[in-house]
Design a protein around this ligand. Structure first.
Ligand code: GLV
Ligand code: MN
Ligand code: MN
Length: 398
């Protein structure tokens, strides 16, 4: 079973054309955007040409189904608001190439998936989270993006083409190939990472509401300034996490919105995203308690009303030993001595799919460890090495 590296790279570059940012190889292809829809239509055509039956579910997850029991390969094709060309796209296009190669060689049946909203415009890995029952469709439909659009509104645009959810029992397992999105492989000069486990995540929107007022006439001691509350919360949280976190724990305030966001107005409302990740659920829970206590303390001291949005989260998961073993054996064959077993600090659809079937993941290096940015890139020989390891592992699994 020999995957065609040129056809694979050519498809990967073609997919980059949908939502190309014009800056480096970056893409702007958020879930349910016009570019995302066009990319999914193009992918559906490639699936059909590969002899797969195209199926869209109510979330917009796009499947190319092989007949009978099959191995499922894939990832996602939506991007962050500013994203790279490989995050998700690599796993989908590699899956397509392995499905074609397997079919041509009379190898094991391979189905392909591109999950919807992995990048969390609405939730956290929303498409696969709904498919795997981590969150109900009804609950997910009420989630909003930062502009206040609900998921229900966003997915209505493609509802006419949606069929039912695919029965996961038709798949024997799931393998997701992805870029590492961190510095480990690149700095060690290694070609492949075989994932051992994926960290857990919590994500919550927090709102401080004070009093909007005139920036020239309102004395400092009378202000109820929502920005000052956000800033105080952030400083305290960094201090208080110290006793709880490990060097592998991460937390991020990635989105802040001040209302009305004008130079001469004391902001009346501050809404921000609080996200934290760690390999242990207990630690995630302890961090949540600190976050809630600190926000309440700041609100009390600074005269703010406080609201917490829905708590989104995924638990840490381990990869399946058998699937992982096939990737390890193949990594040693293709890149002897230049691969490692490693954790994933990024979230992936594999986390959700692990509730439905055995899953495994492999990584290729990210140049400079950069991702979720237009600069994201991987050397093409490394992309091809990853493809070969994926194809070889599928052949081993038979
Ligand atoms: C997925 O893109 C993540 O944020 O880890
Ligand atoms: Mn991804
Ligand atoms: Mn991503």
């Amino acid at each position: 079973m020999t995957p065609n590296a040129d056809r694979f790279l050519s498809d990967l570059h073609a997919l980059r054309g949908f939502g190309a940012s014009g800056v480096g190889k970056g893409v702007v292809r958020p879930a349910y955007s016009e570019a995302d829809g066009a990319a999914r239509d193009w992918l559906a055509g490639r699936m059909e040409a590969a002899g797969l039956r195209v199926h869209r579910d109510p979330m917009g997850n796009l499947f190319g189904l092989a007949e009978g029991p099959s191995l499922l390969l894939g990832s996602h094709s939506d991007s962050q608001p500013e994203g790279g060309w490989l995050d998700g796209a690599l796993g989908v296009v590699a899956a397509l190439e392995v499905a074609r190669a397997a079919r041509a060689a009379g190898g094991p049946p391979v189905s392909v998936v591109s999950f919807q909203d992995e990048e969390g415009r609405f939730g956290v890995t929303t498409g696969s989270a709904v498919w795997s029952g981590q969150i109900s469709l009804e609950e997910a439909d009420r989630l909003t993006d930062h502009a206040g659009v609900t998921l229900a509104e966003a997915r209505a645009s493609m509802a006419a083409r949606a069929g039912d959810f695919v029965d996961p029992a038709r798949f024997r397992g799931f393998i997701e190939m992805h870029i590492e999105q961190g510095p480990v492989l690149d700095s060690a000069g290694e070609r492949i990472g075989v994932v051992r486990d994926i960290v857990g995540i919590r994500d919550m929107r927090i709102t401080f509401t004070g009093q909007q007022n005139h920036a020239g006439t309102t004395p400092m001691h009378l202000r109820r300034d929502a920005f000052q509350a956000v800033a105080a919360f952030n400083a305290r949280i960094n201090e208080r996490f110290r006793n709880v976190v490990t060097p592998a724990t991460v937390w991020t305030v990635g989105h802040v919105s001040l209302h009305p966001n004008a130079s001469s107005i004391v902001p009346g409302r501050g809404v921000f995203s609080m996200q934290w990740r760690d390999g242990e659920s207990d630690r995630l829970a302890r961090m949540e308690a600190i976050i809630r206590e600190t926000a309440e303390e700041v609100a009390g001291e600074m005269g703010m009303d406080l609201a917490f949005g829905p708590m989104l989260g995924l638990e840490p998961v381990a990869m399946d030993a058998r699937l992982r073993g096939a990737l390890e054996a193949e990594a040693e064959t293709v890149a002897p001595g230049r691969w490692r077993v490693m954790p994933s600090g990024a979230l992936h659809d594999a986390t959700n799919v692990a509730w439905l079937m055995p899953v495994a993941m492999l990584f290729v290096p990210s140049i400079g460890g950069i991702s979720h940015a237009f600069e994201e890139d991987t050397a093409e020989p490394d992309l091809v090495t990853g493809l070969e390891v994926l194809a070889g592992a599928v052949a081993r699994l038979g």
